[in-house]
Ligand binder design. Sequence first.
Ligand code: ADP
Length: 464
Amino acid sequence: MDKELKDKYQKLLVENQILLQELLVARKAADITADLVAEQFANLDVVVKDLDTRARNEKNLREEMSLARREAEAANVAKSDFLANMSHEIRTPMNGIIGMTDLVLGTLLDENQRQSLNLVKRSANRLLQVINDILDFSKIESGKMRLDPVDFDLKDLLDNCMAMFALSAKEKGISLKCKQSPDLPRYIRTDSIRLMQILINLISNGVKFTDRGTVTLEVSCLNHKADNEAYIKFSVIDTGIGIEPHKQNLIFESFSQADSSMTRKYGGTGLGLAISSKLSELMGSRIYLESTPGEGSIFWFVSIVELVPEKNNEIASATSLISPPDNAVRLPPGIRVLLAEDEPINQTLAVALLTKMGTSVTAVSDGLAVLREISANSYDLVLMDLQMPKLNGFDTTRAIRELDGPAAITPIVALTAHARAEDRQKCLQAGMDDYLSKPIDFAQLETTLYRQLSHRKVMLLETD
Ligand code: ADP
């Protein structure tokens, strides 16, 4: 081989070796990359599996949460129903206790007996208040609380609030004031019963936690929002024990009290402010508090109300629902009342009250008996319990309204332990004319009978 060919061959050999080396390096690099890719794939697999597990867990968690939510909602409804039923069951015997006590208080008693019975009545009323609070609270919690706006006389409502606490303030030696700004509208439309409930709670706390000085209800019109609406500010100002700053939010929570030793001294469930603040929220407002320990407290809220132009009959009758009944009425003797009440104590009590009023009473215990009685004999008025065996008060009323002849238009007054405005609405819708909540109050019963009978032009006498 000549030299030139040999060199060429050598060069090619070297080049070939270099290429081989490079190929080996490239192969190694490719192997490493393939390993890396395989590793990445394996990692990705783990991540995908992990994501899959997480998604499944999340789905399970969501299902568990929704089940728990449904269970909690069902438990809440069951709790509310239980509380509502319990309240009803407790109100019924309370009706007996308060009514019978009233009856005995109306007889000849020595001073000791009178004092003891007054104590029984005070305790029974207190218990009734607790039951009402629990009922309200359970209704608010289950979202069943509805507002019932009516036209009413604001001045009347404020006077009623003041009148309720006049005696307890006097007994404690503190003064009770009501300041109303001159531009305050007189006739307004909002839920008067709930407004009064909030004010009563705030004033009652003011009186309860003030041992000297004054409790003032201040009501002013901030400005007229529109032609037919106004902002009204209600403040209850006391010079009482006040509330520590760190307790000021807490007391709006349910069952919370600023100081448990105070609870023993003053009593209370710790529900009043929770209910009031929820009610004011329902009314589109909220309760504010300013307080200095040892100096006193101001609770205030602003309510947007509709303005009602003029006083009319509607307003007067709406107001009478919350006003103390007018005692200056007396029924003529011999009014024939058909009483439908299945609970024996309540029946005895109602018969006693009606007899004391001079009416002639026939008592029956179920709806079917009402229909039999009213078809066979003539009555001036029916007092109708709502929850009765065989036929309830609503269905009995509907059946009466469909009878032939004069019995169909007999005034019917509902008598029920369900004490709320919506119950009243249901009674009226079923064809009843009026509504009385238990415990039966003697004067209120007499006023209602008088009002219904005078509507029907039954001859009535004015008292002297
Ligand atoms: P209750 O009065 O039935 O305990 P509330 O919810 O009405 O329940 O009040 C909760 C707590 O707030 C009271 O126990 C009391 O500690 C405090 N509180 C409320 N109003 C006043 C007030 N005007 N002055 C001082 N403390 C008050």
